[in-house]
Design a protein around this ligand. Structure first.
Ligand code: ATP
Ligand code: FE
Length: 355
C-alpha cells in the first residue's frame, strides 16, 4: 500500500511517498521546500504570502516526490493531506490541491491532523507498536500524549503558554543569535557554564504534566539586560553561559514533566513501554541525552526519529493517511480545512498551539 502525502500548514511546502509492505514501512521520497527567504524580512510567517507560495509550489513538490520515489500517480493507493491545524490559507492550498488530484485520478482522499502526523512518525521510522508515550515538542506545540491507536490520543499535559521551540527562537533573538534559534542556542551553549545563571524551572512544584516557558524568556531578558547595563555589552563568554543556562532550564523542565508522564503511562501496564519524541526541538542533543537517561532509568525504550522527520515534512502525513486508509477512514470532497484541531477531541482547547 502506497500513499502520497501533502503538507502546507505552516511555512514548509512538502510532498512525500511512503509505502508499507512485507519489509515494513518505507519512506520512498520526502520533498520539503522551505519559505524562510520569503518571510525573512517580516519577523515571522506572513499568512497570505505563505498561502500563495504553497499554492505555487505544491504541484512541483508532488511531481518531485513521485519522481524521486519512482512511482506514478496511478500506482498510488490514496492521497493524504494535512487538513489542520495550522494557518488556514496554507492548509486550504494543500486541501484544494489534494482534492484536485483525487478528482482527476479517482483515488481516495484522506484528511490528516498535522499533529497526528508528528505523533505517528515513530511508527513509520521505527515500526513502534501502540501504546507509546509521545513528547511532541515543536515551534508551535508542546504536548505529552499517550498514543493508543492511530486515531486515539490521550493528552496528559502540555504547555500553558509558549512552545519550547518558540522559547528557543525568542531566546536566540535576545542573545543576538540567528534563526532558527534552537540550533543556534545549542551551538552557542557548547562550552558554556549552565550553572552560572539560575533560570527558573516553572511549574515543577505542581504534580501534573503541564509545562510553562514564558517566564524563562523574561528571566533571560533580565539577565542579559543586567550584564549589558553593568559592562556595556555581552562577551562571548556571557553569551555561551546564558545560552547554556537557558537550554539547561528547558531541558530540565521537559525531562521532569516527561518523568511524571512516564509514571502515569506505566500505570496502564503497556506491554512494550516506549517514549517517542517528535518536533524540531527533539533534535536538541542535551534534551535527547536527558530523555535517554530518563528512559534507561525507568526501563522504557526511547525512540527519536531522524531530525528531518521530526521537523515538518509530508512523509509523516502520508504515513498517518496510510494508517487511516487501512482502517477504512477516507474523506470526500466536503473535507474542510481546520485552523484548530485538538488531537484529543475531548480537550476543550489545545493550549499552547502558539499560532
Ligand atoms: P508545529 O509543528 O508546531 O506546527 P513548526 O513546524 O514550526 O511547528 P518544527 O518544524 O517541528 O516546528 O520545529 C521548529 C522548531 O524547532 C524551531 O522553533 C527551532 O528553533 C526548533 N529546533 C530546531 N532544531 C533545534 C535544536 N537543535 N535544539 C532546539 N530547538 C531546535
Ligand atoms: Fe509541525
Amino acid at each position: 500500500i502506497t500513499l502520497l502525502g501533502l503538507e502546507s500548514s505552516c511555512d514548509d511546502t512538502a510532498a512525500a511517498v511512503v509505502r508499507d509492505g512485507p519489509g515494513g514501512p518505507a519512506t520512498l521520497s520526502s520533498v520539503v521546500r522551505g519559505q524562510a527567504a520569503l518571510h525573512a524580512g517580516f519577523g515571522g510567517v506572513v499568512p497570505e504570502l505563505a498561502a500563495r507560495a504553497h499554492a505555487e509550489v505544491l504541484d512541483h513538490c508532488v511531481e518531485a516526490a513521485l519522481e524521486e520515489a519512482g512511482v506514478a500517480l496511478a500506482d498510488v493507493d490514496g492521497i493524504a493531506v494535512t487538513a489542520g491545524p495550522g494557518l488556514i490559507g496554507g492548509v486550504l492550498s494543500g486541501v484544494m490541491c489534494a482534492k484536485g488530484l483525487a478528482a482527476a485520478t479517482g483515488l481516495p482522499l484522506i484528511g490528516v491532523n498535522h499533529l497526528a502526523g508528528h505523533a505517528l512518525t515513530p511508527r513509520l521510522t521505527d515500526g513502534l507498536a501502540f501504546p507509546y508515550l509521545m513528547l511532541l515538542v515543536s515551534g508551535g506545540h508542546c504536548q505529552l500524549l499517550t498514543v493508543e491507536a492511530h486515531d486515539r490520543f490521550r493528552r496528559l499535559g502540555g504547555t500553558i503558554d509558549d512552545a519550547p521551540g518558540e522559547a528557543f527562537d525568542k531566546g536566540a533573538r535576545l542573545l543576538g543569535l540567528p534563526q532558527p534559534g534552537g540550533p543556534a542556542i545549542e551551538a552557542a551553549a557548547q562550552g558554556g557554564d549552565a550553572e552560572r545563571f539560575a533560570f527558573p524551572r516553572p511549574l515543577l512544584d505542581r504534580p501534573d504534566c503541564d509545562l510553562s516557558f514564558s517566564g524563562l524568556k523574561t528571566a533571560l531578558l533580565r539577565a542579559r539586560d543586567a550584564l549589558v547595563a553593568g559592562q556595556g555589552g555581552l562577551t562571548g563568554r556571557d553569551q555561551a553561559d546564558l545560552a547554556a543556562s537557558f537550554q539547561a532550564a528547558i531541558r530540565d523542565v521537559l525531562a521532569e514533566k516527561t518523568r511524571r508522564a512516564i509514571r502515569v503511562y506505566l500505570e496502564t501496564n503497556p506491554p512494550r513501554p516506549a517514549l517517542a519524541v517528535a518536533g524540531g526541538v527533539a533534535a536538541n542533543g542535551p534534551i535527547r541525552a536527558a530523555l535517554t537517561a530518563l528512559c534507561a532509568e525507568a526501563g522504557v525504550a526511547f525512540v527519536a526519529p531522524p531530525p528531518a522527520l521530526c521537523t515538518d515534512n509530508a512523509a509523516m502525513i502520508a504515513w498517518a493517511g496510510l494508517e487511516r486508509l487501512r482502517a477504512g477512514q477516507t474523506d470526500d470532497m466536503t473535507l474542510a480545512a481546520r485552523p484548530r484541531w485538538p488531537l484529543d477531541e475531548t480537550a476543550d482547547a489545545m493550549l499552547g498551539s502558539g499560532r
